[in-house]
Design a protein around this ligand. Structure first.
Ligand code: NDP
Ligand code: HEM
Length: 488
């Protein structure tokens, strides 16, 4: 028989009885001195942290990024330094709108948040399974998310709020088209692509900058549910994606993605017919073809969901030398938002937790704050500059200057911006069956929405592609009732 370990208090002292509370007589009231009872009840009261304000429901696993192609002419990041190099990663998938207990098989964008534990610090790509997003200015993010969450009075999700916002924000059309297409309802997290979505930058050893977009192509293939199939799944299993990912990894069927980049020379940004820093646009593959960089594989489940998955904290602000930001306004907003969320949701020293902790040495001058677990060993070098051999900055992390021009102002991001061509391109690359399902899904989601909002949205579909607008109008019983001519 294996030797059993003794149950102890959190202070390490052995516990005599973990079955019966301390009472005055067998039937009597309890004694205040039963500290273990108080400790158990009090600890339970503190077992939840705030759920993520978006992307609350998620699943994650560890794995490796293996480099298969030399891209050192674009980036000096050490993670790319040689073919065959393997770096540990942690990848968290999620749905966006639902709470922590939401069903997995719902039509929603999926999060694809990757932490790469590089030897020069953590590099996070906090992306989605879509290459674009609903808005292009971070000022609109809290409004947009409000329309995806519950109505303040009814506490129900509100299709009226969603379509009202989308119809008044035509920049959402491209992403709305993806969301209601087949790909808006993936069967599981393994069978979908991931995208960094934003434009980032690469910097090489010579100090040259390139603009870059990140793509992860599922090697399991794309698999999606129809609305009816998903309803049947949810009726029996609310954790279908969690179960699928966990079980595949447990049985050694490790999911993989081809990690690719699109590269744009720095000066091309002034020449493209679209703004390459606009998150509602893709870069056409024919102009900027995919270049394979490596293979991403997930091969180890987390041991403890709360410690690792719930406390994991990703931020687009986590970059490493050789990888930088871009002028994308949405990215700029996100550089602030995530670490701020982590300090509130997890705590000041969230980056010292095992799942978030860089795998390289960390040297900084921050220390005090709730739950400092590492004892800083800096001696007299606890400020900077100092004469006591404390850590100092390095030129290696410096970026080449970025030319910026223009007057400080609030620029109307809708004026003169083409919100229709790329959404129309997506519609036109679908088969007639896919187009039919897209329009069916939209019509289903618009049921009960006031007609004036529906008509306003149908005009956007029409401007992307006439067949798209007419098809949705037909399904909504509004054929001949939408003022298309006025919109043209
Ligand atoms: P391409 O024909 O070269 O690429 C089309 C892309 O669309 C492929 O990446 C394909 O993904 C993807 N795709 C196919 N069906 C859907 C769908 N229902 N939802 C989302 N993506 C889908 O064309 P372009 O590069 O010129 O782009 C044309 C349109 O394709 C764009 O307007 C955009 O909507 C969409 N797209 C473009 C991407 C890009 O980075 N250029 C990325 C993803 C979508 P897969 O190869 O996995 O089948
Ligand atoms: C999660 C803000 C746009 C992908 C979050 C969280 C916040 C946030 C506060 C919760 C973080 C946490 O508590 O750990 C914003 C803001 C945005 C924005 C302010 C726009 C200005 C986007 C975009 C993408 C994205 C464009 C994808 C391209 C994600 C993902 C998560 C997330 C994947 C979950 C990360 C995880 O798994 O922990 N976002 N977001 N977000 N966001 Fe955003």
């Amino acid at each position: 028989m294996t030797k059993t370990t003794t149950l102890t208090t959190t202070a390490g002292a052995p516990i005599a009885d973990n079955q019966n509370s301390l009472s005055a007589g067998a039937r009597g009231p309890l004694l205040l001195q039963d500290y273990q009872l108080i400790e158990k009840l009090a600890h339970q009261n503190r077992e939840r942290i705030p759920e993520r304000v978006v992307h609350a429901k998620g699943s994650a696993a560890y794995g490796t990024l293996t480099i298969t192609n030399d891209i050192t002419k674009y980036s000096k990041a050490k993670v790319f330094s040689e073919i065959g190099k393997k770096t540990e990663v942690f990848l968290r998938f999620s749905t966006v709108a639902g709470e922590r207990g939401a069903a997995d098989a719902e039509r929603d964008v999926r999060g694809f948040a990757l932490k790469v534990y590089t030897e020069e610090g953590n590099w996070d790509i906090v992306g989605n399974n879509t290459p674009v997003f609903f808005i292009r200015d971070p000022l609109k993010f809290p409004d947009f998310i409000r329309t995806q969450k519950r109505h303040p009075s009814t506490n129900l999700r509100s299709p009226t709020a969603m379509w009202d916002f989308w119809s008044l924000s035509p920049e959402s059309l491209h992403q709305v088209t993806i969301l209601f297409s087949d790909r808006g309802l993936p069967q599981n997290y393994r069978s979908m692509n991931g995208y960094g979505s934003h434009t980032y930058s690469f910097i090489n050893e010579a100090g040259e900058r390139f603009w870059v977009k990140f793509h992860f192509k599922s090697m399991q293939g794309i698999k999606t549910w129809t609305n009816r199939e998903a309803e049947a799944v949810v009726a029996k299993d609310r954790e279908s994606s969690q179960r699928d990912l966990y079980e595949a990894i447990e049985k050694g069927d490790f999911p993989r993605w081809r990690f690719c980049v699109q590269i744009m020379p720095e000066t091309d940004a002034e020449k493209t017919p679209y703004n390459p820093f606009d998150l509602t646009k893709v870069w056409p593959h024919k102009d900027y073809p995919l270049i394979e960089v490596g293979i991403l594989e997930l091969n180890r489940n987390a041991q403890h969901y709360f410690a690792e998955v719930e406390q994991s904290s990703f931020s687009p602000s986590n970059i490493v030398p050789g990888i930088g930001f871009s002028p994308d306004k949405m990215l700029q907003g996100r550089i602030f938002a995530y670490a701020d969320a982590h300090r509130y949701r997890v705590g000041t020293h969230y980056e010292a937790l095992p799942v978030n902790r860089p795998r390289c040495p960390v040297h900084h001058y921050h220390a005090d704050g709730a739950m400092l677990s590492d004892i800083p060993n800096r001696g007299d070098a606890y400020y900077e500059p100092n004469s006591f051999n404390g850590p100092v900055q390095t030129q290696r992390a410096a970026e080449p200057p970025l030319k910026i021009s223009g007057d400080a102002d609030r620029y109307d991001h809708r004026a003169g911006n083409d919100d229709y061509t790329q959404a129309g391109n997506l519609f036109r690359l679908m088969t007639p069956e896919q187009q039919g399902r897209l329009m069916d899904n939209i019509a289903e989601a618009m049921q009960g929405v006031p007609q004036e909002i529906v008509k306003r949205q149908i005009v956007h579909f029409y401007l992307a592609d006439k067949a798209y607008g007419l098809g949705v109008a037909d399904r909504m019983g509004l054929k001949g009732e939408v003022a298309f001519q006025a919109a043209e």
